[in-house]
Design a protein. Structure first.
Length: 278
């Protein structure tokens, strides 16, 4: 199955159920979630594998446009000119892709507001740091090309981008190959008055978050990570946090399509050992 049919079938399936939810749940939009994805636990159960479990919902108000691409979904902040979050599922088959790395960063043609330029980063000390990494998009040429859209990057310290952040990306691909699939959400942590770079005044994050979800030995497990936007080198266990802690920092609700009892249990604590982190 090609990129469009594989990924967009999930979007259609999810939106179909959301339409059913909104027809019987009047108060979801009133809660201020953005994007407006509510949940009905009887419909969006953990067994519904076609539902996009990776999509977060906001528990605070934040500006952003949600764009569905071949390999990932992004919510782009027009004030910061970087994503609020990027989310995707990485399967075992996708983690073994062989498509070559793209060469150029490009504007996102689906963005309805101003898009930053790759030149905004050129005279800065920061890398164009992928949120959905190119290494996770080797399964399809279109997915690879779209991972180089400027809506998928943030100003990132080079030593972090090429260091511990990259090591986590590699570990996630290992988990996908081992456990079958991993759901990932990541993005920046931005202060009230961030540093700005380039003519477009792109906001520089103070740090980054990443949360992951997958089934290990038949049981859902979730784990969070927090990084400062600096080049330090530590074991991945050093960055581990509970998903609940990441939710408090970001104002997001992750993996909300899971049943409440499951979500509450796996997000309240973190156990790096379960994930093979020592």
């Amino acid at each position: 199955m090609n990129c469009i049919s594989l990924k967009y079938n999930k979007i259609v399936f999810t939106l179909f159920f959301l339409a059913l939810l909104f027809s019987g749940c009047r108060d979801v939009r009133a809660k201020g979630f953005f994007p407006p994805f509510g949940k009905n636990k009887e419909v969006l159960a953990a067994s519904d594998t076609d539902v996009m479990l990776e999509l977060p919902v906001y528990t605070v108000t934040r500006t952003g446009q949600t764009i569905y691409h071949c390999g990932y979904t992004v919510n782009f902040n027009p004030e910061w000119l970087i994503p609020n979050w990027v989310a995707y599922e990485l399967t075992r088959e996708e983690a073994q892709g062989t498509v070559g790395r793209a060469s150029y960063f490009n504007p996102d043609p689906d963005l309805e507001t101003r898009c930053p330029s790759y030149k905004d980063y050129s005279s800065s000390v920061y890398d164009r740091g992928h949120m959905a990494p190119a290494g996770d998009m080797k399964w399809d040429p279109q997915a690879m090309e779209e991972s180089f859209f400027m809506t998928n990057v943030c100003p990132q310290d080079h030593d972090l981008n090429d260091g511990d952040w990259r090591i986590l990306e590699e570990r996630i691909r290992l988990w996908a190959r081992k456990y079958g699939s991993v759901f990932i959400v990541c993005g920046p942590l931005v202060s009230d008055h961030p540093e700005r770079i380039g003519r477009s005044k792109v906001a520089v994050p103070d740090g980054f978050f990443k949360v992951v979800l997958c089934k290990i030995n038949g049981q859902w497990q979730a784990l969070g990570f927090l990084f400062d936007n600096v080049g330090t080198h530590h074991s991945l266990k050093t960055y581990c946090r509970s998903v609940d802690e990441v939710e408090k920092l970001t104002g997001m609700d992750f993996f909300s399509a899971l049943e409440d009892a499951v979500e509450d249990k796996i997000e309240a604590k973190h156990n790096p050992t379960v994930w093979g982190l020592k």
